[in-house]
Ligand binder design. Structure first.
Ligand SMILES: O=C(CO)[C@@H](O)[C@H](O)[C@H](O)[C@H](O)COP(=O)(O)O
Ligand SMILES: [Zn+2]
Length: 193
């Protein structure tokens, strides 16, 4: 049998310390971005979320929490993951380029006052950067959820939320903490009496 206990323990410790460091170093940006989402929703805006691979799953996960419910019984909140319609994704990628898949949807669906949340651990996925750029040009508030150096996301994000790690899986584990934290804070602010 493999002796995985030590290795698993190390992965756990790394994951915990990245999350702790994330909170310690990025508290201000985390809370500022949650407030921006809250203000948008309170004023009739919506949240558009996008990313690749694990971050596409995170985008869908977050949209589901907003539309269905998180911890409170309450009315749905408007959020759309731009990662789910395979007809749109394949048509745009096939006819144009994969780097256009989020930009086109932002142009079609984004309204001034909405929030665009682009998720990329490297901060360098072209389609995510193009989505954020289009969102900014269209008057949306842009949030970049990233890791490491933040890559090129700083150029297109009004608020940059950076997980201080260079390990994609550890960054993603902190991203899901961020997503649940934002859902919980926003839901309580709107619905808890
Ligand atoms: O979940 C993982 C790795 O943990 C992968 O699916 C990962 O998300 C994909 O390789 C993405 O394409 C990486 O893109 P990005 O985070 O650099 O924007
Ligand atoms: Zn992953």
């Amino acid at each position: 049998m493999n002796n995985w206990t030590g290795r698993a323990q190390k992965i756990l410790e790394d994951s915990l310390s990245v999350k702790r460091l994330f909170w310690d170093k990025q508290r201000e940006n985390i809370l500022k971005s949650a407030e921006a989402i809250l203000n948008s929703l309170k004023n009739g805006g919506k949240l558009l979320i996008f990313g690749n691979g694990g971050s596409a799953a995170d985008a869908q996960h977050m949209a589901a929490e907003f539309i269905n419910r998180f911890r409170l019984e309450r009315e749905p909140l408007p959020a759309i993951a731009l990662t789910t319609d395979t007809s749109i994704l394949t048509a745009v990628a096939n006819d144009y380029d994969f780097s256009d898949v989020f930009e086109k949807q932002i142009k079609a669906l984004g309204q001034p006052g909405d929030v665009a949340l682009g998720i990329s651990t490297s901060g360098n996925s072209k389609n995510v950067l193009r989505g954020l750029k289009a969102a900014r040009e269209q008057g949306l508030l842009t949030i970049g959820l990233t890791g490491g150096t933040g890559g090129n996301m700083a150029s297109f994000a009004d608020i940059l939320v950076v997980v201080p790690s260079r390990e994609t899986p550890r960054i993603q584990e902190a991203h899901i903490f961020y997503i649940h934290l934002v859902c919980e804070l926003v839901e309580e602010a709107i619905f808890a009496s």
